[in-house]
Design a protein around this ligand. Structure first.
Ligand code: 5AD
Ligand code: SF4
Length: 444
């Protein structure tokens, strides 16, 4: 059997797409972790910011060397850069065999067949507005695992002015609830999965464009009826679409984890308007209050962009003020980076690199102290951890997460607890994770 190596960059949706390629090629290729022995190498790419896009170009160079030693090796690019650049990639790297966009990769078998028949490179990067993700279930007994992703929708119609996603993932489209439930049941019953993370660019607008589909809150309730499924997570939510019904569902459904990733992006109303985020900072704070009123223990994490074109010092200070007001558990912060096609890339008023850097450092410093105090509050408490595996740093310890998505590394008398829900007593708080010791097993 032939061997397939995939190098994945970017978000969880890309990781999920990589898994699907393995499923799609299930009978003809086995997975390898060593590109040197692969017959097909794919690079799954991200173009959300400039940096990950550049990584692709250095990565292609590496595999070119392999291909010059072994001309039979097939080399392809998939994901957002493949979608964005298409034919241009082939002009720049004529030795590529495959270019598969964010919808096109589902046709990988057909693409490989075409290469075999015609010997010429294949590009599948048309975006169809009515595209929906096909159901791809592993046909063989897959390896057992504790966590899995399910992409429930893809694409985005929001057109935030900095963001390339609507151009590389196309229009927002939701999968049918039946397909999602079938995939979830398969993962739980056949693969032993206990925790599912639902993925989409804007999961809380799930189903809105489709007559007869349930809404996101009801989708969560339907999935929670799968008995052996213990936990449901989801990402990403857009503040403008966060309904009271969803907030109540998060609070009341015990299987829905008490964590929401709710990107704020910026703290000043002027910047939010220029970003086309469709909410004000006051409206964002109202959503935070609603979440905390119904679910006081909920963890809120966010994304922030610093140095958006025209962002003044006052604008930026309002971002810091919002961080103090909300007290996010974790912040993922990025320097603004120009993306092709986007409105913001034509705004001018660019912020110099050193100022972006300075602002990013201020965000990091402030957040460090907030995260630290949130983690310290767990000291001495007992928490429920779904055990995912051995701790990478210390193989004698186990690792897992609590409902609020904090990683806990802990000592245990036995290491065969993977896949169990256990009680852990927290003894130490680190910068981004907790340490503790096993108390008892709650479910296995
Ligand atoms: N520059 C910097 N950060 C960006 N993001 C999206 N587009 C850009 C850009 N052009 C960030 C946003 C988003 C996260 C996934 O990436 O914060 O929420
Ligand atoms: Fe990009 Fe905005 Fe859509 Fe998120 S909501 S994917 S930031 S356009």
């Amino acid at each position: 059997m032939k061997r397939l190596y995939i190098k994945t960059f970017g978000c969880q949706m890309n990781e999920n797409d990589t898994e699907k390629v393995f499923i799609l090629l299930g009978d003809s290729y086995v997975k390898t972790d060593n590109p040197e022995e692969a017959d097909l190498v794919l690079i799954n790419t991200c173009s959300v910011r400039e940096k990950p896009e550049h990584k692709l170009y250095s990565e292609i160079g590496r595999y070119r060397l392999l291909k010059s030693k072994r001309p039979d090796l097939l080399l392809g690019v998939m994901g957002c850069v493949a979608q964005q650049e298409g034919e241009r990639l082939l002009q720049r790297f004529p030795y590529l065999d495959l270019i598969l966009g964010t919808q096109g990769f589902y046709r990988i078998k057909e693409a490989l067949q075409t290469i075999e028949n015609k010997g010429s490179p294949v590009i599948f990067n048309q975006l169809r507005d009515d595209f929906t993700i096909p159901l791809t279930l592993p046909n063989k007994e897959p390896p057992r695992r504790v966590k899995a992703f399910i992409t429930i929708m893809q694409g985005c119609d929001n057109f935030c002015t900095y963001c390339v996603v609507p151009y590389v993932r196309g229009r927002e489209n939701s999968r049918s609830p039946e397909d999602i439930i079938e995939e979830a049941e398969h993962l739980v019953k056949k693969c032993g999965v206990r925790e599912i993370t639902l993925l989409g660019q804007n999961v809380n607008s799930y189903g809105k464009k489709h007559k007869g589909y349930v809404d996101f809150a009801d989708l969560l309730n339907l999935l929670s009826q799968i008995e052996e499924l213990w936990r449901i997570r989801f990402t990403t939510s857009h503040p403008k679409d966060l309904s009271e019904k969803l907030v109540r569902t998060i609070a009341e459904n015990p299987k829905v984890c008490k964590h929401i990733h709710l990107p704020l992006q910026a703290g000043s109303n002027r910047t939010l308007k220029r970003m086309n985020r469709k909410y004000t900072k006051e409206e964002y704070l109202e959503k935070v209050n609603l979440l905390r009123a119904h679910c006081p223990e909920i963890a809120i994490t966010t994304d922030l962009i610093v140095g958006f074109p025209g962002e003044s010092e006052e604008d930026f200070n309002e971002t810091l003020e919002m961080m103090e007001k909300v007290r996010f558990q974790e912040v993922f912060s990025f320097k603004y980076s120009h993306r092709p096609f986007t409105v913001a890339s034509k705004l001018g008023e660019e912020i110099p690199e050193d100022i972006k850097e300075e602002r990013l450092t201020k965000v990091h410093k402030l957040q460090e102290s907030i995260t630290e105090s949130i983690l310290k509050a767990y000291l001495g408490k007992e928490v429920e951890v779904l055990v995912e595996g051995r701790s990478e740093k210390d193989l004698g310890k186990l690792t897992g997460r609590i409902t609020t998505n904090i990683v806990v590394n802990f000592t245990a008398p036995r290491l065969d607890l993977i896949g169990s829900l256990v009680k852990v007593k927290i003894e130490e708080a680190g910068k981004h994770s907790l340490k503790g010791k096993y108390v008892e097993t709650l479910k296995c």
